[in-house]
Design a protein. Structure first.
Length: 358
């Protein structure tokens, strides 16, 4: 009887223990990796006012992160070809788990949770087969590896959840790599990027490719508007003398389209799209270029570039209260309208990840 009473008392205590939320981590709106002045690497929370709310050490240079929808938990991912993915308690700073990609795999710097927070999805490289995979991890059981599905392409990078909460869109960059070759790109003459739409259980619903002249325009980063329009940032892998746009748009059932701009506008981006984000209620879309040192803003309906804003080493884009925030490797957090929030001694690296807390 004593054991039973102790068991029941434990259940009661557990039921009375308050469940931690993102508010307990300082109510951050965004996550970003960054490098401190002493060279150490951290995952940071960024408040609605653009100030750091926490910082947690990570093993090496980070790229992006995934935020749990309900709990103050984040997964920090290494910059390719780094191997780490660490699950962090953003209140205590404790490491909950360290994910190890299966043999013959490595992560691609991005991941996301299912809407209920039960499953973590990670983009991965099956580098012996030269194929993309989506890893499935059980967030309710210590982040146990449950399995994997095909990404329906090569070199999957970022993925996003569509508005129906049942479909993933995956940016398959098309570039084959192998850890033995560092960051070398092994298949540029025959690469073929695509956008793949998958059900949450891995069924391939739709795959679209850009026209042949964009075959070497690697699709890397994504955003999705409320009506299901997908914006994608591209990185040109062909001859440097050839100009290609770095922004594209796609609506399921239609052909993808590029947002080209003039020769001057395309040259200014240096063939490199870093991040992409809708704003202005989805009427406009922004794409950044750290190599070009600027952000271009385009009208979604007309497909025309409306404005170009110069910001040194800019990459991260995030929406705060309807306003577009940018981050840069120089430590700048700046609204796209030019108002500077802060210049921290943090080299922001590379993306601003929204926390869609329930």
């Amino acid at each position: 009887m004593r054991n039973r009473r102790g068991f029941l008392a434990g259940l009661l205590a557990a039921s009375l223990t308050p469940r931690l939320s993102w508010a307990d981590a300082g109510a951050p709106a965004l996550l970003s990796a960054g490098r401190a002045p002493d060279g150490a690497y951290f995952l940071y929370g960024v408040s609605h006012q653009g100030a750091p709310t926490f910082r947690i050490p990570i093993p090496d240079r980070g790229h992006a992160a995934a935020a749990h929808p309900d709990r103050p938990v984040a997964v920090a991912f290494a910059r390719r070809p780094g191997r780490f993915a660490v699950v962090l308690n953003c209140v205590t700073g404790a490491e909950i788990a360290r994910l190890s990609a299966p043999e013959g795999r490595h992560f691609y710097g991005h991941g996301m949770f299912s809407p209920d927070g039960a499953t973590l999805f990670t983009t991965e490289n099956d580098f012996e087969a030269g194929e993309g995979r989506i890893g499935l991890w059980d967030a309710t059981a210590g982040y146990r590896r449950m399995g994997e599905v095909s990404s329906a392409g090569v070199g999957p990078h970022e993925m996003r959840l569509m508005p129906d909460d049942r479909t993933l869109v995956v940016a398959n960059g098309g570039v084959e790599t192998h850890p033995d070759s560092g960051r070398a790109k092994l298949n540029l003459p025959v690469m073929q990027p695509n956008l793949a739409y998958l059900s949450l259980d891995g069924a391939v619903l739709e795959v679209v490719q850009m026209p042949p002249e964009h075959r070497q325009n690697s699709i890397r980063h994504l955003d999705v508007s409320g009506d299901g329009l997908v914006a994608f940032a591209m990185q040109w892998q062909g001859e440097e003398t050839e100009l290609r746009p770095v922004l594209g748009l796609h609506k399921r059932g239609a052909a993808p389209r590029a947002v080209p701009g003039s020769e001057i506008e395309m040259r200014a981006m240096n063939g490199y799209g870093g991040s992409v984000a809708f704003f202005d209620g989805g009427a406009q879309v922004a794409v950044s270029s750290p190599r070009g040192g600027r952000v271009q803003l385009s009208n979604v309906t007309t497909g025309r570039i409306a404005q170009s804003v110069e910001i040194e080493d800019v990459c991260g884009l995030g929406l705060l209260g309807g306003r577009l925030l940018t981050s840069s490797g120089t430590g700048q957090l700046q609204w796209i309208d030019g108002a500077s929030l802060s210049r921290a001694r943090i080299a922001w690296d590379n993306h601003l990840i929204p926390i869609n807390a329930g």
